[in-house]
Write a protein that binds this ligand. Structure first.
Ligand code: MV4
Length: 452
């Protein structure tokens, strides 16, 4: 096992890794930017190294400084968390060639899954169903029109170097495709420095459902049941839950089996997430795979009573999988992402937390690096806390979450707490009747209400 892990991240996920490491008897090193001097991860790690100014490109994305910190503190592994360098194959490679274990999959796996078009091809070869669409990246508009005509509209253009919905554009007609193609290319070029696009049939009334995968270095692979992630705003997840109200035992078993087979086919050796779109006819289609620990992993940990981060660390250290196959979910898990943002404009609302009371009690988990008196730096994302509720049934989990949120107070910054309470009180949500269009409809409904 490792004796010291450097955490190349900040915020709640850095704390999450510190907790897992300490429980495993491993020392931790925090790296921090100048704006994170007073952040909890900096305070709580066994050792700390400043790696540069607030701007992420100068600190949390600064590979030489992070590797320098690892060498200085004699760390034997680096945990990248999510975001920042977590899915950078070059970083994973440099770690390995410096004799430091990268806690994640093989660099070649990160590279493969980073090209969303190649990943689609490879997963089709691994017998996972994919949406109708282009076999490879589309070279030009004529190419796109040909494919769209063959499979029928609506279609969606996605950036091959993208992921997570960045740079996606839909087209309902040939004219719209003509309009959108160049714009999508430009967006992809400026966001990812790569204009390559691929095309898929667009499924509007579907659900975004993901399967957790865990593989070790000895060919053992286990998949865990789904997280329902259809409630997103601007491709940022807002609420996640497990199980999905839409997935029954039969569909779950099918998705788990298909994902395990595919992961085994490519010899997946770490934690990962396979994202699917599930249509009204319970058909599922692979969309993309993420090679990192995800923000919403606690939902799975709660319903399966497992520690995914400890497992990820143990696997990276060469231990065999300890999570057993065929486990069943127990109860219902819900996660609300509490962001420091203006409830009406959704723009980030950094500032000082003047007063704060976070919830607790049986079945409530809070993952947060926030504390009363802390000044939230403006340089990073706006996540301040993840509140997770576990209860025997979905209605009870909703009631538990409502109670927890009602007993939460955050003063000094604006948050999306009111948005969460409004969603939890929505009848469509309560009845589990929702898809990827939910947030758009929800906001339209609520705008109308406030205008009345
Ligand atoms: C789609 C889709 C429908 N059809 N692809 C969003 C995140 C990224 N991983 C893929 N996403 C989607 N891809 C096809 N072919 C629907 C989504 C999607 C979505 C779209 C619009 C508004 C909200 C959404 C929430 C989740 C998924």
């Amino acid at each position: 096992m490792f004796s010291k892990i450097l955490i190349a991240n900040r915020g709640e996920i850095a704390l999450r890794v510190i907790r897992a490491a300490r429980e495993l008897g491993i020392k931790t090193v925090a790296v921090y930017s100048e704006s994170d001097r007073n952040s909890l991860h900096t305070i709580l790690a066994d050792d700390k190294v400043c790696i540069g100014p607030g701007r992420a490109s100068d600190s949390y994305l600064n590979i030489p400084n992070i590797l320098g910190a690892a060498e200085l503190t004699k760390a034997d592994a680096i945990h990248p968390g999510y975001g920042f360098l977590a899915e950078n194959p070059r970083f994973a490679e440099i770690c390995e060639s410096s004799g430091i274990v990268f806690i994640g999959p093989q660099p070649a796996m990160i590279k493969l899954m980073g090209n969303k078009s190649l990943a689609r091809q490879e997963m089709r070869r691994a017998h996972l169903p994919v949406l109708p669409g282009s076999d490879e990246v589309v070279q030009d508009l004529a190419d796109a029109k040909k494919i769209a005509k063959k499979m029928g509209y609506p279609v969606i253009l996605k950036a091959a170097a993208g992921g997570g919905g960045k740079g996606m554009r839909t087209a309902r007609t040939r004219a719209q495709l003509e309009e959108q193609f160049g714009l999508a290319q430009n967006e992809a070029k400026s966001a990812f420095n790569d204009p390559s696009l691929y095309i898929e049939k667009y499924l509007p009334n579907s659900r975004h459902i993901e399967i957790q995968i865990i593989g070790d270095k000895y060919g053992n692979v286990v998949a865990l049941g789904e997280r329902e992630c259809s409630i997103q705003r601007k491709h940022q997840k807002v609420i996640e839950e497990a199980p999905s109200p839409f997935v029954d035992d039969r569909l779950r078993k099918k998705m788990i089996k298909a994902t395990e087979d595919a992961a085994r086919h490519i010899d997946y050796q770490s934690l990962g997430t396979f994202e699917f779109l599930v249509d009204e006819n319970e058909r599922f289609y692979f969309m993309e795979a993420n090679t990192r620990i995800q923000v919403e992993h606690p939902v799975t940990e709660m319903v399966y009573s497992v520690d995914l981060v400890q497992e990820q660390v143990r696997i990276a250290a060469g231990e065999k999988l300890s999570i057993r196959e065929g486990m069943e979910m127990r109860g219902h898990g819900l996660e609300c992402r509490i962001n420091a943002e203006d409830p009406t404009t959704f723009s980030p609302s950094p500032g000082t937390i003047d007063f704060m009371v976070l919830p607790g009690g049986q079945g409530i988990r809070v993952d947060s690096a926030a504390y009363q008196g802390w000044q939230i730096p403006p340089d990073y994302d706006s996540l301040v806390a993840k509140i997770i509720a576990l209860a025997p049934t979905r209605p009870e989990a909703i009631r538990k979450m409502q109670t927890a949120l009602e007993m939460t107070t955050i003063v000094g910054i604006k948050t999306n707490l009111p948005l969460h309470l409004a969603i939890l009180a929505d009848t469509d949500f309560a009845e589990g009747r929702y898809d990827t269009q939910f947030m758009e409809r929800f906001q339209q409904k609520n705008n109308n209400n406030s205008q009345k």
